[in-house]
Ligand binder design. Sequence first.
Ligand code: ADP
Ligand code: MG
Length: 321
Amino acid sequence: IQVANQIAAGEVVERPASVVKELVENAIDAEASEISIIIKEAGLRSIQVIDNGKGIPADQVNLAFKRHATSKIFTSNDLFRIRSLGFRGEALPSIASVSEVTMNTSDGDSSTEIYLKDGEIVDQKASALRRGTSVLVENLFYNTPARLKYLKALSTELSHITDIINREALGHPDIQFRYVHDGKTLLTTNGKGRVNEVLAAIYGFRQAKDMVAIENDNLDFRVSGYVSMPTLTRASKSYLSLFVNGRYIKNYKLNQAIIKGYGSKLMVGRYPIAVIYIELDPQLIDVNVHPTKQEVRISKEDLLYDMIRDAIMAALQPVQR
Ligand code: ADP
Ligand code: MG
């Protein structure tokens, strides 16, 4: 079992940022309104995610660390309807197989503390937590030296973590996020549901003020979000974020639509900061493209491309009276 979990871990847990992503998405799935992420040494020493979500009943805690024992739905495209981020029941057992995990969780009635090493439960007892869940992951990859070796410089691993957290915060402006690395607070969001305030928290108030709202609707799609002015651009594509029904996705073609929207206003090699939310009928989407669920196929993608490009072109047009 341990070997199977470690093999699965190879797919799910590529680097510290993957652990952060899975734990934060579990907190979101648990309907948390506040999520704290506390990282030490770019996640290699420890990753802790604390939420005020619904917790796990005492008699189900050990199940959460069994493979495929998910409490969530299974069929792929339901994800985009029900908005549950996890669905394979693989993350916790995978993480536990390559680290030491201490989970504290309470559903309001019962509270449990469980400690696992090498994927095995070492200790399980009652805890004092009142509500929510805290997952502490220590010594990641200590038992998979090959994986450890493959990691990049700490600063690179940290920037992957920051990318993930920024995107989760942008995808969930109604959740209060707090992100601390080695004692330093790197992000706090207010959970008030306003994307421009999350943008200000991430990029700074002045930058966020220079971003413009975009919007475009038709029968199939609703597109909204913010894009930076052509004067405020970056040298990296990583500032482009697309969300479909609340889930962050990667899509080369739609990224191109964003860039097209700027036309000749964008200097070669520069990219805007853009956060685009796409709402659509889940029927229009196929998520079974890649195990990380980040790559999706969208029907009528050409139409969506045009809508995004046009929305940006319209928003960047100087107001004429
Ligand atoms: P998945 O998210 O794919 O269901 P995971 O391995 O990530 O699988 O989690 C297993 C199960 O543990 C979840 O289905 C959920 O029931 C429970 N769980 C994990 N994290 C939390 C959390 N922060 N709050 C409440 N329940 C959680
Ligand atoms: Mg999960």
